[in-house]
Design a protein around this ligand. Structure first.
Ligand code: ADP
Ligand code: MG
Length: 392
């Protein structure tokens, strides 16, 4: 069910309290990557264009409920101001008298960025007092923080219960893309899953099993599946205590007629730093070597399937793509997903870095900004930050 959208209400002369996910990486006191800021600009711009004043709230890092200058939002305010081409005011608090004074002084077109919500110990426990203080900073609430929607915090859920609440454009875009995968995927639907650990993504694998035609696996997660199928994986990253679960997954896939594809050739080395790496079939891995990437035969087979699909979801690198020698599998899959005629969705922080490294971001149907949130959505869980917004 789509949520009540910010586009459908009159905001002229009102103060909109907007929860954004500006949890960006910082380097030397500046924003190192502004992707998340850019993602919410359309919502902010829409509100300003329609005559609202905008009060922004975000978390940044993990300051654990105490003010910590290392996690101040000041660098974010500077970058946002450059992007908007107008001043962005800041206050030294999340809520309380100083914030209230600043918020009530705003005129239409003004922008105020509150200090890091996680400077308040009440944020992560959804404290009603903090929610009430936040609610005094706006006439209405807009949630555009898809990346924080899986957390029931004071600034995502508490305040939404106290003000008329609306979905921002980014939240809507994410929900539309991910719900299309879960509820209306054109067949054939193929999910490509990799990354470090199978345990992180087991619930997603299981939930997608009822929807996809094939699962193509790579990364550390494929190693556990290889173990489950009786292969020796040497010193590869794997989770032996998950082998039973992995076997059940394979059985359940077979019952449903879902094809699970695992690597048939891999790139191995003694360690990440060793100067030699070789491509071998999966059944010839020496005990002192580890799998760090999928091999070219596997890439080619995965790409053929991706090319004939109508819907593709990709999460998790196929190997240790941060090292050039082990990047070919991941970059190869990135290119195939980009070339696909299918509707394509990519999620996960490291997967997005791989998409950027391959230079193909503009050829992806939807790039999800919310790593944890998009995975929880695809597990079939209700995200509290979305659930609290009234239906359209
Ligand atoms: P995402 O952030 O896209 O969800 P993950 O965080 O689950 O992805 O996994 C990314 C990490 O997995 C990368 O840092 C990558 O180096 C690592 N990885 C992938 N394949 C392997 C492997 N075979 N052995 C060890 N690490 C791996
Ligand atoms: Mg990651």
């Amino acid at each position: 069910m789509p949520k009540r959208s910010i586009t459908e209400t009159d905001v002229l002369g009102k103060r909109a309290l907007v929860r954004v996910d500006f949890n960006v990486p910082l380097r030397d006191g500046e924003v190192a990557d502004d992707t998340r800021i850019l993602a919410s600009l359309p919502t902010i711009q829409l509100l300003l264009d329609r005559g609202a004043a905008v009060v922004l709230a975000t978390h940044l890092g993990r300051p654990k409920g105490k003010a910590d200058p290392a996690y101040s939002v000041a660098p974010v305010a500077r970058r946002l101001s450059e992007l908007l081409g107008r001043p962005v005011a800041t206050v030294s608090m999340v809520a309380g008298p100083e914030a209230e004074r600043a918020a009530s002084a705003l005129r239409p077109g003004d922008v105020l960025l509150l200090e890091n919500t996680r400077f308040e110990s009440g944020e992560e426990v959804n404290d009603p007092d903090l929610a009430a203080k936040l609610a005094r900073l706006g006439d209405l609430f807009v949630n555009d923080a898809f990346g924080a929607a899986h957390r029931a915090h004071a600034s995502t859920v508490g305040v939404a219960n106290l003000l008329p609440s609306y979905a921002g454009l980014l939240l809507q875009r994410e929900e539309t893309a991910l719900s299309r995968l879960l509820f209306d995927p054109e067949q054939a639907f193929i999910a490509v899953l990799g990354g470090a650990k199978v345990s992180d993504k087991f619930a997603v694998l299981e939930h997608l099993l009822g929807r996809v035609d094939a699962l193509l696996l790579g990364g550390g997660m494929a190693n556990t599946l290889l173990l489950a199928q009786g292969h020796q994986t040497g010193s590869s990253l794997s989770e032996p205590d998950r082998v039973e679960e992995a076997r059940r997954l394979v059985d359940s896939a077979e019952e449903r007629g879902v094809h699970i594809d695992i690597p048939t050739d891999v790139v191995i080395a003694r360690s990440l730093d060793s100067t030699t790496a070789q491509v071998v079939p999966v059944d010839t891995i020496p005990a002192d070597q580890a799998i760090f990437d999928i091999g070219p035969e596997t890439v080619a087979r995965y790409c053929r399937q991706i090319a004939s699909a109508r819907t593709v979801f990709w999460n998790g690198p196929m190997g240790v793509f941060e090292r050039g020698r082990f990047a070919n599998g991941t970059l190869g899959i990135a290119r195939c997903v980009a070339d696909a005629t299918a509707y394509t969705v990519v999620g996960g922080g490291d997967s997005l870095a791989a998409i950027d490294a391959a230079g193909v971001a503009e050829h992806i149907g939807h790039i999800s900004t919310g790593g944890g949130a998009s995975l929880e959505y695809l597990e079939g869980r209700v995200l509290p930050g979305i659930a609290v917004i009234p239906d359209a």
